[in-house]
Design a protein around this ligand. Structure first.
Ligand code: NAI
Ligand code: MG
Length: 352
């Protein structure tokens, strides 16, 4: 088992250190850990935010644990040298097309949610967002009409195989959870969505044990705040997923708690190759002060254990330790508490 750890910038190294302590405590047989440079830290050492040797290290691993990149000292650099290019470069070079973002309410944190506490208490869902297609990657144009008005174009497209591969990821995820998948589209208006729906229905034939439903995106946005408890796994395209996953994260409450995975098609000996990171950034405002909440990073490790290493029991054990720490009142600054990075790491380790 090989894990590549890329801590990156700002609070990245601080939160990565806590995830590494949790990983060490699990004492996985035959585990090898590599450390590589990304972001501003890599730029300063190698002249590039994503050095070739870092990319090689990721390719040689079963999974990548990624802290965060982003450094105000690099703001003046040309776009291709900016720290954020490291994460974009890794996603495209490694073919990571499936973005998994779980949103689960933790006991005792209901009052942090943007929703009413009794509604927030029900949240336990996973959004599977397609990352490599849709209107983000279609042809774009800006033209000027005869009367001088400007008109912008963005071409939205999905090919069958692009939908099929994300559908498989979502059906498998539903199988590993509560067996329900809701596919979100706008099939009443968009051709891409009609294709999306057709392909999801076709793919369903291979997963008869999963219950499939369909919802228009406008209704899904409403249902996410009205009754989020109805969702188990939600699968959707790049644009709708971008919006719905941010919406879902605010329903949970804190940025320091939410993990994510980006999966590709490559299968390893133990599972699916992927890159795992907190949804937050490098938080330069609190970097170096030992204040960052490492829980999102530790929960990202749990996702790596589950999806890339096939260690479901260890993943669940790490998640339980984090939930228990929260239930016992351990609170970082992002939750209005005073526990520091190390202290939160200690609290999780003690409950492992
Ligand atoms: P941010 O997520 O880094 O910070 C937003 C706010 O949340 C800040 O006040 C920060 O202190 C707080 N915060 C974030 N994570 C926290 C944690 N674990 N514990 C406690 N508080 C936490 O977003 P921001 O400030 O917009 O971006 C900072 C840098 O990070 C930028 O350079 C941005 O480009 C980069 N970024 C990188 C991402 C990545 O590596 N995937 C994702 C998002 C932003
Ligand atoms: Mg977004």
């Amino acid at each position: 088992m090989k894990i590549a750890c890329f801590a990156g910038d700002g609070i990245g190294p601080e939160i990565m250190a806590e995830a590494r302590r949790v990983l060490a405590a699990l004492d996985l047989p035959g585990l090898v850990v590599f450390e590589g440079d990304v972001g501003g830290a890599a730029y300063r050492r190698h002249g590039h935010p994503l050095p070739e040797e870092t990319l090689d290290m990721a390719r040689a691993a079963d999974g990548v644990l990624f802290g965060a990149v982003g450094d105000p000292a690099c703001d003046a650099l040309e776009r291709h040298l900016r720290p954020e290019q490291a994460i974009l470069g890794l996603r495209s070079a490694l073919g990571l097309f499936a973005n998994l973002r779980p949103a689960t309410m933790f006991a005792g944190l209901e009052s942090m949610s943007a929703l009413r506490p009794e509604i927030a208490a029900e949240i336990d869902l996973l959004i599977v967002r397609e990352l490599n297609g849709d209107v983000y990657f279609g042809e774009k144009a800006m033209r000027t009409l005869d009367d001088g008005r400007r008109q912008g174009f963005d071409f939205m497209s999905y090919a069958e195989d692009e939908v099929r591969r994300i559908a498989h990821v979502a059906f498998r995820a539903a199988r590993g959870r509560n067996g329900r998948l809701c596919s979100v589209d706008k099939a009443n208006v968009l051709e891409t969505s009609q294709l999306w729906r057709d392909v999801v229905i076709e793919t369903h034939a291979e997963y008869p044990d999963v219950e499939l439903s369909h919802m228009y995106v406008d209704n899904a946005a409403m249902q996410l705040v009205k009754n989020p408890g109805q969702f188990d796994v939600v699968v959707t395209g790049n644009l709708f997923g971008d919006i719905l996953s941010d919406q879902a994260s605010m329903c949970v409450g804190s940025i320091g708690l939410l993990a994510s995975a980006a999966l590709g098609e490559r299968q390893t000996q133990f599972g699916t190759f992927g890159l795992y990171e907190p949804i937050h950034g490098s938080a330069p405002d609190i970097a170096g002060q030992g204040e960052a909440n490492p829980m999102a990073m530790i929960l990202s490790l749990a996702m790596l254990l589950r999806h890339s290493l096939g260690r479901e029991e260890d993943a669940a054990r790490v998640e339980r330790a984090v939930s228990q720490a929260l239930a016992d009142g351990v609170r970082g600054g992002d939750l209005g508490g005073t526990a520091g990075t190390r202290e939160i790491g200690d609290a999780v380790l003690a409950r492992l």
